[in-house]
Design a protein around this ligand. Structure first.
Ligand SMILES: Nc1ncnc2c1ncn2[C@@H]1O[C@H](COP(=O)(O)OP(=O)(O)OP(=O)(O)O)[C@@H](O)[C@H]1O
Ligand SMILES: [Mg+2]
Length: 510
């Protein structure tokens, strides 16, 4: 498969500028590059979702033109999107055959075919389970199977590991090796350069829309790869400084969030966060983190007591909590973080409609909001042609930088940060960490939820593990390894050096 001279322009931006990549059959080919470098655009072109302004795609030596994903699928190209697109209330089989009924029907024949594929690539799929009962790693395998079921020979995976714990990443990489052994080709996008080096046969670096170089993992270190992406040397990251004080900024007692199916989503959780402290919460996705965060933001009914400083805010709504100084970086930036169709400067106002610099007296202060948006764009290196473009047109990582910049600009007392660097490149990640550390040293209390265990271990002063809605362990971020933390998160705590959380008495141990 080859991409030759691919060029794609958007208003004010050249997203792809003469991209050239040759991908050998039966290999894993990684594409890396900074946020906004043009990776997703390129994959959308290859998958027929967007038309290039110039350039050609070759599959098996023949030039192809895709007017739609259906045509790409026919040519054997499949894409697994970062946001899973499965229907929760259907079984695995139903999800896989949906839209591809003509292949093997929807009955026993389809089910047999699914088992066949699952077996030949070692996917371990159980065709009759409901998708809602599956973990993230399994869902991803269903997505992959769905693509294989449609006859894909070339698989595109756009940031597939962002939501996986290390054990799941290892499993995924095992699956990719099996696919490769069967002659399939995988194109893989990731910001986690160590993973890229571990799994790829070749790596193409894209910088500002152009292909810089294609290398083999044996030829580069992850640092060199990062420098190829950025085009200059990276600063050496700062070491942790100890800023934790004994003043409690946020205290949560016996917080419980009911759920529709019996067992509460958050079950009697208690903790304290001090001024200058980052409390990390580790857990496999779907163990109550999302509900915990939404309850803390007043977006979801809960019982228990939440105190900000000395005041009980349990009954406050979201607006009151924000105004009192709780910043919020939401997990799902499309649902809660941004108005995608609105320009960047209006997104700057979102959630802070009643605060400076967005208002002057009772009125919205357009000039104030616009000037501050320019500042955020510069300070957080949001790559955009301007502050009047719609948020939807920013690349994933640049949308994230905009949200982080907005939430930090109100100098919150407490920051609830869900996956603050998900999807951002290594350089931007280091910059966001630096911003968070500096604010922490100045007294900010942070609740950090992340699937990136290196981030949790590197940033947290205190680290707890959540499992089925309960805090089940407290681990020492100074000594725990990502593998040990991963085991604690799945409940396999035997070999991990964890101490039981022991109710709220453990809150004072730090
Ligand atoms: N639909 C669109 N309209 C306008 N501009 C767009 C559109 N899609 C992408 N862009 C711009 O094209 C450039 C490349 O974006 P793309 O999403 O391909 O980056 P990326 O490499 O995938 O980045 P990330 O790592 O953040 O996901 C960016 O400057 C982005 O703002
Ligand atoms: Mg992208």
């Amino acid at each position: 498969m080859a991409l030759r001279g691919i060029t794609k322009r958007f208003p004010g931006v050249v997203a792809n500028d003469d991209i050239n990549i040759e991908v050998q059959r039966g290999t894993v080919h990684a594409i890396v590059g900074e946020n906004g470098a043009g990776k997703s655009t390129l994959m959308k072109i290859l998958y027929g979702m967007q038309r290039p302004d110039a350039g050609t795609i070759e599959v098996d030596g023949a030039t192809v033109h895709f007017g739609s994903p259906q045509q790409a699928i026919k040519a054997g190209i499949g894409m697994v999107h970062q946001h899973f697109m499965l229907a929760d209330n259907l079984t695995v089989t139903e999800n896989v055959v949906l839209g591809a009924e003509r292949l093997c029907g929807i009955g026993a024949r389809a089910r047999r075919r699914i088992l066949e594929i699952s077996e030949s690539y070692g996917l371990g799929i159980q065709p009759d389970r409901l998708v809602e009962d599956l973990g993230v790693g399994d869902r991803q395998r269903v997505e992959i199977l769905k693509v294989l079921y449609r006859g894909a020979k070339i698989l595109i995976l756009d940031e597939p590991t962002a939501v996986l714990v290390p054990q799941e990443v290892d499993e995924l990489f095992g699956n990719l090796r099996d696919l490769k052994a069967e002659g399939l080709t995988v194109i893989f996008i990731s910001h986690k350069l160590d993973e890229v080096l571990a799994v790829a046969d070749e790596i193409t670096v894209v910088r500002r829309g152009t292909t810089v170089r294609t290398v083999k993992p044996s030829e580069v270190t992850s640092r060199q790869l990062a420098e190829l992406m950025v085009g200059s040397e990276l600063p050496v990251p700062q070491l942790r400084t100890d800023a934790v004080t004994d003043k409690v900024e946020l205290s949560v007692t016996d917080l419980t969030v009911p759920s529709e199916h019996g067992r509460p989503a958050v079950d009697g959780v208690s903790f304290e966060i001090h001024r200058g402290e980052i409390l990390g919460i580790a857990g496999v996705e779907g163990n109550g983190q999302a509900e915990l965060v939404e309850a803390l933001m007043g977006m979801r009914p809960s019982t228990g007591v939440v105190r900000l400083g000395h005041g009980d805010i349990s009954d406050w709504d979201t607006r009151q909590r924000r105004t009192a100084g709780i910043g919020y970086i939401p997990e799902d930036r499309h649902r809660h973080g941004l108005l995608l169709e609105s320009p960047l400067w209006e997104n700057r106002i979102l959630g802070h409609q009643n605060q400076k610099p967005n208002i002057s007296g009772p009125w919205i202060d357009r000039a104030g909001a616009r000037a501050d948006t320019e500042r955020i764009v510069a300070e957080y290196d949001v790559r955009t042609p301007g502050i009047d473009v719609a948020a939807a047109s920013l690349s994933g990582g640049n949308q994230q930088k905009l949200i982080v910049g907005r939430e930090m600009s109100h100098q919150p007392r407490v920051l609830i940060a869900s996956h603050p660097t998900r999807g951002v490149d290594v350089g931007a990640q280091a910059a966001i960490w630096e911003h968070l550390r500096r604010a922490r040293t100045a007294g900010l209390a942070v609740l950090l939820i992340s699937a990136d265990l290196d981030e949790l271990i590197g940033m947290s002063d205190t680290l707890r593990v959540i499992l089925r809605g309960r805090i089940v362990a407290t681990v020492d971020p100074a000594t725990v390894t990502p593998e040990e933390l991963g085991s604690a998160m799945t409940g396999a705590t035997d070999d991990a050096p964890t101490e039981p959380a022991g109710g709220d008495s453990a809150d004072r141990s730090s």
